[in-house]
Design a protein around this ligand. Structure first.
Ligand code: KDG
Ligand code: MG
Length: 402
């Protein structure tokens, strides 16, 4: 079964998404997500200029061979642009294979290892009291795990805090927004938020928190120690994720569970973290870590070392990625939790899907394939809009990690 046609679609229903459509000779269509927030067109070009010319005429059934052909065949290894482009091809080929087999993807991947996929939602607030109220709203809506973020006095534009009632969507405008960061203020304020959510809402739910790469290893260890007594589910990205050895320092000083990996792209990027058991959850995701084939390999390695999955699921990953993630999450033995920020209604309208949310969980659908597609007519109504992620600076103007 040969690939007959390819198409790369860039659309912006509230935010930018890059989608690959592959069609086989017999008319079977497979869909893949290739979205890389703030660098979308680089992946679109990688696909259009370098991968698509090699796809037409290839055997669509040979998923692993195609993966290796694009990974090893490029000579240049890893990186978010390459791995997102390969991921899109991989997702589309798994979609085609499952459709041909007339099976939902989870069945083709070995069948469900659980009935439903537990997800966590995002709570945010300008004050700690606002954050507590937002967590309560989400618990009342059925979530059992919530990520809590709050504005930090002494900084401007703290990570993860949205305007009241708005979806958190930090990529905007034709230049990156400038935000400020002050670590001592954060280290004083964040534990107060943990204390308040536990005092007000008890312990019968899980609290998560994203540090977003901003601390040194020792500062991260201090934060871990100061919030351990509030039983965090995890502290995410306490230090810049690419420095794997930093996690040894954090681990030596705190028992707070650690999650990282959303900006990492391959098994090699998480190898030390997993094999030295430096993290508890690996957050690599379908789109940025080479697709279903490669992410499953990462999760299998993690399983050997007792590390669980906790895939990134922000709204800059398209519903195609989320659909694939839910199928994979349902089948692996070492599933931990899945991030879930509901997409905007315009996004859901452009990407019809069969996964559904129910009482704090996502359920994969049963239609053949991964269950997500793109409506090309609707997508055409939303042209690409340039949007950058923000940057963060210290008080003296030094560029810090955002
Ligand atoms: O594009 C960047 C976002 O995906 C990222 O900031 C979201 O850290 C994030 C998270 O945990 O969802
Ligand atoms: Mg994060």
């Amino acid at each position: 079964m040969r690939i007959a046609e390819d198409r790369v679609i860039v659309t912006s229903p509230r935010r930018n998404f890059v989608t690959l459509k592959l069609t086989t000779e017999d008319g079977t269509v497979g869909w893949g997500d290739a979205t890389l927030n703030g660098r979308e067109l680089a992946v679109a070009s990688y696909l259009t200029d370098h991968l698509c010319p090699l796809l037409v005429g290839r055997d669509a059934t040979r998923i692993e061979d195609t993966w290796q052909y694009f990974y090893r065949g490029a000579y240049w290894r890893r990186g978010p642009v390459t791995m997102s482009a390969i991921a899109a091809v991989d997702m589309a080929l798994w979609d085609i294979k499952a459709k041909k087999a007339q099976m939902p993807l989870h069945e083709l991947l070995g069948g469900k290892a659980r009935d439903r996929v537990r997800v966590y939602a995002h709570a945010t607030g300008a004050t700690i009291a606002d954050t507590v109220a937002d967590v309560k709203r989400l618990l009342d809506a059925g979530f059992t795990a919530v990520r809590a973020q709050t504005d930090i006095p002494g900084t401007e534009g703290a990570y993860g805090v949205s305007a009241p009632g708005q979806l958190y969507d930090p990529a905007k405008g034709t230049r990156p927004q400038e935000t400020t960061w002050h670590t001592p203020s954060y280290l004083r304020h964040a534990p107060l938020m943990f204390e308040a959510v536990r005092d007000e809402l008890g312990y019968d739910w899980d609290v998560l928190h994203d540090v977003h790469h901003r601390l040194s290893p020792l500062e991260a260890a201090q934060l871990g120690r100061s919030v351990e007594r509030f039983s965090p589910f995890w502290l995410e990205d306490p230090t810049p994720a690419e420095d794997q050895s930093a996690f040894r320092t954090i681990r030596a000083h705190t028992t707070a569970p650690i999650a990282t990996g959303e900006v990492l792209n391959s098994i090699w990027d998480v190898n030390t973290l997993i094999t030295e058991r430096l993290v508890d959850y690996v957050r690599t995701t379908v789109v940025h870590a080479g697709g279903i084939s490669h992410l499953r390999r990462i999760f299998d390695l993690a399983h050997l070392y007792g590390v669980r999955s906790g895939s990134h699921g922000a709204t800059d990953l398209s519903p195609i990625s989320l659909g694939c993630a839910v199928h994979l999450d349902a089948t692996i033995p070492n599933f931990g939790i899945q991030e879930y920020m509901a997409h905007a209604p315009e996004t859901d309208d452009v990407f019809p899907h069969d996964y559904r949310f129910e009482a704090g969980h996502l359920l994969p659908g049963d239609t053949p394939g991964h269950g997500v597609s793109l409506d090309e007519e609707k997508a055409a109504r939303y042209p690409y809009t340039p949007a950058y992620l923000p940057v963060a600076r210290l008080r003296d103007g030094t560029l810090h990690d955002w």
